[in-house]
Every structure is written in structure tokens, then in C-alpha cells.
Design a protein. Sequence first.
Length: 416
Amino acid sequence: MLGNSTMIRQEIIDAITEHLPDKRHSILIGARQVGKTTVIKQVAEQLLKKKERVYFLTFEDPTILKAINTHPEKIFDFTVHPDALAKKQRLYLLIDEVQYAENPTNFLKLLYDKYAGKVKIIATGSSAFYINRDFKDSLAGRKKIFELYTLDFDEFLQFKNGSALADELILMRKRSTYQSLKTSKINALFNEYLSYGGYPAIVLENNTQYKIEMLRELVNSYMSKDVLEADLKDELKFFQLARILASQTGELLNQNELANTLKLSVGTIDNYMYLLKKCFHVHLLAPKFTNVRKELTKMPKVYFNDLGLRNVLCQQFDNIDIRMDKGQLIENYVFTRLRKLYGTDSIKFWRTADGNEVDFIVEKKLDEGLAYEVKFSESQFKKSKYKKFEEAYKKFPLRPIVYNGENPDNINLIRL
């Protein structure tokens, strides 16, 4: 049984369910411990209710792994005989941790080429690191990738309180002047989310000290697995880099400077950054320039995909009002919210050589969209500072996002 229905990641389940009639493999990727296994088990449960032919297998099982490494069709030793596939009923194979196969590309390619339409594979991978490197070309046209992040704030409220507070938050967003009787409760939970993030197990833990211990375990055990499986040579330097990045959230990523600080080559820093990105820990936000070639060469800004992970690397869990890094924290939250609303490809930032900057640019159409500047308080936003941007990008109206404010011309952070 699945337990409480509030534990269901309905949006990603709906997306995968919609793709089920497609012959292509459905590949669900994301960081460790974000709930990928739970999601595909819930998909399996839906299929079983419809009397479909479903098998759930994990490649963490050494018996299964040894067999399929001999030949991909050995997977049928654990399901039904291939002769049974001649019948009309389709076979659904739900495979957890597909990247543990010696050659996951070959495994998926062979089964698609030989059994497309008869066998539908829904698989998870611990990170995009393996999926992207191994799957890039040979599975073109044979797969669709689904990305799963930690819980966003809406999902966080669902996990905490069911639909009541989540529905109230929707009303608050739709009507900027709406005064909810539940605002104080939502704000308190929002501050909890800013501190401890959205890893499902940590969200469901009520003891604050246990939350912190679980976040430390994420770093010490699960991030260490990423390092081990990527065969990085210096684990200590990798974690030092992650902690530096956490302290520099929202700042420009200067790999030369990081290489000098850590006494590593720029190439090594680049490899470490590749792992952090592909394992869904950080995102590098590109700058916006009218010249596309410049856009590809200028330094990006770094954000974390989960606030709790970022905070444990900083060893900082104080209330936001007294935190020295509160500006960085809410800016990182805004990145994750805009990612949910618009997708990462649509979001950039703007910065000139002389230091003029706008935190986020959302391109909704070619050279047209929205611009946001993030401030903790309304008094910090001085519209005159952005004259150069507003003159250059007239089709990107600029609005401030503040942590908590009364001015209706500004966006209250929780209502974004």
C-alpha cells in the first residue's frame, strides 16, 4: 500500500502516465533520495489496477544484475518468457537504478529495437551523470527523459498538511490582495522549507535535530556515493568545492579562482562541477547577452537545487531574520521557483562589466519576457539602479521580489 495520498508526487506521475502509450522508454532521473523509486512504484500500482502485466525490478539486486550483464534478454528470466509477448497484452517493465548495468545504453537499445510496442520500460537512474554520458546518441528517438527534483514548496505543503494549505497558497498567488487566515501557518512552514529544503524523508521528519542529522547523512553518504561511482581522486577537495559554492550562492562562478583556492587544475574543477551538475546538486545559470556567442563564454552563476543541501554545506540553520546569508537564501529559492514555472532553459541573469546586474531574466518569447530583482526588504530596491537595463530591454519589465512586503507593486516571495 502507498499510505497517505498526500505522499504522491502527482505532477510527475501524471507526466509519466501520459507517456505510457508511447513506444519510447520513460527514463526518470534525479538526485539520490528524491523519491524516484516511490514514483515508479506508484505508476506500477496504477497499471496493476488496470489489470496490466507489470513487473518491478531493481538493478541493485546482484542476481538480476549479473544475468542482464550477460545479455539484455536475460531480463525475461525474471518476468515472462518472450514467447508470451506475442499476445496482445503489453509488458510493462519498471526498472530501478538502470545505470548499474554494465552497459545501460546497450541494454535499453536492444530491448527497444527488438520489442518496441510489446515491452514498455519505465526506468530510474540515480543521477543524470550516467544517463547523459551513456545515453546521449545511441538512444536518440528511443527514450524520453523526466527530471525529478526535491519537493517544491507546493509539494512540501501537500506532504505536511494535505491539500488545505496548498489550495490556500494557490488563492494567495492568484489574488495579490487576498488576506488568508492561514497566512501565519503558511509563512512558518515556508521558513521551515527555506531552512531544511525538500528531500521527502526530511520533510516528513518533525524533529529539527533529526532533520539536520539526515541532511548531514545526505552529504556524508549519498554525495560520497556520487564521488565513488565517478571515480574522483580527491573526495576531500570535492567537498571543499561544494562548501565554497554553497557560500557563494548566486555569485559568478570563476573556475580559475576556485582552482587557485583549492590548489587544483582548472580541468579538475571542471570535472568536479560536471559531477555536481549531473548529479542534480547545482545548476549553473547562464547570463543573457544580445550577442549569443558572448552568452556562451561569460561566467555563469551557481545555485543549489535544494535549499536544505545548500544549508547543511554552509552549516547554517538559523532563522532567516538573523542570517547573514538571507539574501543568498531567498535568491536561491526564487531560482527554484522560476525553474518550476518556466523551466531552466528560459531563465538567465543580466550583468554588465561595470557591475550592473538583474538577478533573473525569464525569456517567454524571443527577446520578450520578465525580469526580477530579489531583495530581502522593500527598502533595498532602488529602481534608479536599473535604468541601464530598462533602457536596453524594454520588453522585459522589471519587478522586485521581496521576502515580505506590503507594496502591491512588489512580489511577495511566497506569492511568486
